[in-house]
Design a protein around this ligand. Structure first.
Ligand code: NDP
Length: 240
């Protein structure tokens, strides 16, 4: 019997693509985001629960997960996907933007892991997949605070992987390259945005289709519990 999968940031981009794919494959789902109406618009049917959850608010996130677990049983897979990228140079970017990225991309992941890990450790079963970025191991200009947040996701994922491996709990990491999602729509620094677009055009307008990230995540999860595909970097072939 298929077990509960929780996806944060299911309202667009990679999260929506993963929601669609796991729904097509009949997994019980808890789909989270702040814009729940966008998740409703996916028109998924079957064992799907949609809840408002800001990943920076641990009690709201916890309540949402606990309410789904009452219906579907313990979380077997948590996908910490919610994230935000606000490009800019440190000497002119608002510190509020750094804080938003660190709170969402780092604290959000820690919040989710803290909620599900006690039960996973006790039951010696469960998987967490954190969505990082190629910017989690490689620098990009205009990305300092985002790079800091994603290096953080790489570091915390590998640390916790080591800590819970002995209890048969898997921590995995996916580091995607550039993809066409809503990620760039929040950028307020238009020069940085123009440079990003030029970088993409210099590589033939690279695009990674979110559905390929979703298929990768599904493949990693469906490996037997004794196999941990610890990290996958996936990018458009043309990306440098
Ligand atoms: P989108 O902007 O399309 O999706 C981001 C998702 O995160 C949305 O569903 C949004 O939902 C959610 N989100 C943002 N902030 C919060 C918050 N505080 N609480 C809860 N949910 C939140 O971007 P992507 O699909 O591209 O991004 C998904 C992940 O992939 C991110 O972690 C991103 O860093 C990473 N990534 C993206 C790449 C790209 O080029 N697109 C490349 C590499 C990594 P809502 O607003 O409804 O809350």
């Amino acid at each position: 019997m298929k077990k509960l999968i929780v996806i944060t940031g299911a309202s667009s981009g990679f999260g929506a693509a993963m929601a669609r794919l796991f729904n097509e494959n009949d997994y019980p789902l808890l789909l989270l985001g702040r814009r729940t109406e966008k998740i409703e618009e996916l028109h998924l049917t079957g064992n799907v629960m949609i809840k408002h959850a800001d990943v920076t608010d641990q009690s709201e996130l916890s309540e949402a997960i606990k309410s789904a677990e009452k219906v579907f049983g313990p979380t077997d897979l948590l996908i910490n996907n919610a994230g935000i990228m606000l490009l800019g140079n440190v000497w002119k970017q608002s510190s509020k933007e750094w804080q938003t990225m660190l709170d969402t991309n780092v604290m959000g992941v820690l919040n989710g892991m803290q909620i599900v890990l006690p039960e996973m450790k006790a039951s010696h079963h469960g998987t967490i997949i954190n969505i990082s970025s190629i910017a989690g191991f490689k620098a990009f200009q205009n990305h300092a605070a985002y790079v800091a947040s994603k290096y953080g996701v790489h570091g915390l994922s590998e640390t916790i992987r080591q800590e819970v491996a002995g209890e048969n709990v898997r921590v995995m990491l996916v580091a995607p390259g550039a993809a066409e999602t809503e990620l760039l729509t929040h950028v307020t620094d238009h020069d940085a945005l123009d440079e990003y677009e030029q970088w993409k055009q210099s590589m033939g307008g690279i695009t990674l289709d979110p559905k390929h990230v979703a298929e990768t995540v599904k493949f990693m999860y469906e490996m037997p519990q004794e196999v941990n595909i610890r990290e996958v970097d996936i990018a458009a072939t043309l990306q440098d």
